[in-house]
Design a protein around this ligand. Structure first.
Ligand SMILES: [Zn+2]
Length: 302
């Protein structure tokens, strides 16, 4: 049997080769999926490229008696991938329909309302500032950033009780708001325009306007956005991935494509923490999680 190396695979693809055997067929498909990045985060994409179709088609025509064998090999391989530990999943085993909170804005996203600009976790932006801005959060971005104009109304993501107003020991100046929820989580709204007109102990309902978007640089022309965290109510020393707890189509929101939606990569473990939902929880003031010897993108100044 011919050795199934990269050049052989490319030649087979280029010539639309049809006389390939089952092992070659399997290797070509798997090679293509990896090469195109269609197997990511330990799972396969729904998308199969056109070249896979015609390689499969040629194979089926040339090897009609054993196509079922090849099909079974592919199915088993895909099944193996889907059961891998580290498969992208919402945190704490929650499925999309289980997420208890709503988005912090009344309007749908868009260029005249709000957009997702930085997700939670090991973002490249947080990585670059892991020893400064994000040192308290183990080097990770411990909330989600949603851009909107200054003054844009922020709504409560769930029913709850106001627990803190302008508690700047928790960060996110110049103004912030903490709401405790009966499910044990607290929502924290940061970089607000002004002191929220609420007092601790006051009850709020999901969807009530509770604050206004501001700008951490206090110019309203620099980077106005809401920094939203979800912490443990009462202690407030642990942060959870809001994407796993807020009911929204985060995958579509992330198509916005801003720089804050890419993750820093440890080239010694390149698949770790690369998905929207597989980011680690944060213990505030715990050890930094992302001091990589060999990061990608490379560290500035190296
Ligand atoms: Zn933020």
């Amino acid at each position: 049997m011919r050795k199934c190396s990269g050049p052989v695979i490319r030649a087979a693809l280029r010539n639309r080769k049809t006389d390939i055997d089952a092992p070659q067929f399997t290797i070509i498909i798997v090679h293509n999926l990896f090469w195109r990045g269609l197997i990511v985060e330990g799972r396969t994409s729904k998308y199969i490229g056109i070249s896979e179709f015609w390689v499969a088609n040629g194979f089926l025509r040339s090897q009609p008696k054993i196509w079922i064998t090849a099909f079974i090999i592919i199915v088993l391989f895909a099944g193996l991938l889907f059961t891998q530990e580290g498969m992208a999943q919402p945190a704490q085993g929650l499925q999309p329909g289980d997420r208890p909170f709503r988005l912090p804005f009344a309007d749908p996203p868009g260029p005249s309302t709000w957009l997702l600009v930085q997700v939670y976790g090991n973002t490249t932006g947080a990585f670059r500032q892991r020893t400064s801005t994000y040192n308290a959060g183990q080097g990770l971005h411990f909330g989600v950033d949603l851009s909107a104009a200054c003054g844009y109304p922020v709504v409560a993501i769930g029913d709850g009780v106001v627990s803190k107003v302008d508690a700047l020991q928790h960060g996110s100046a110049p103004h912030n708001l903490m709401i405790d929820h009966p499910n044990g989580y607290a929502s924290f709204y940061g970089h607000l325009l002004e002191t929220p007109a609420l007092t601790p102990g006051q009850e709020v309902k999901a969807g009530d306007v509770v604050a206004k978007v501001g700008d951490p640089d206090e110019t309203c022309t620099s980077r106005p956005h809401l920094h939203l965290e979800i912490r443990n109510a009462g202690q407030y020393n642990h942060a959870y991935n809001p994407l796993a707890l807020i009911d929204a189509d985060w995958d579509t929101l992330a198509l916005n494509g801003a720089g804050g939606l890419s993750f820093a990569r440890d080239l010694d473990a390149p698949r770790k923490w690369q998905g929207l939902y597989d980011q680690p929880e944060v213990d505030f003031w715990g050890l930094r999680l992302n001091d990589y010897d060999d990061p990608w993108p490379p560290e500035w100044g190296r």
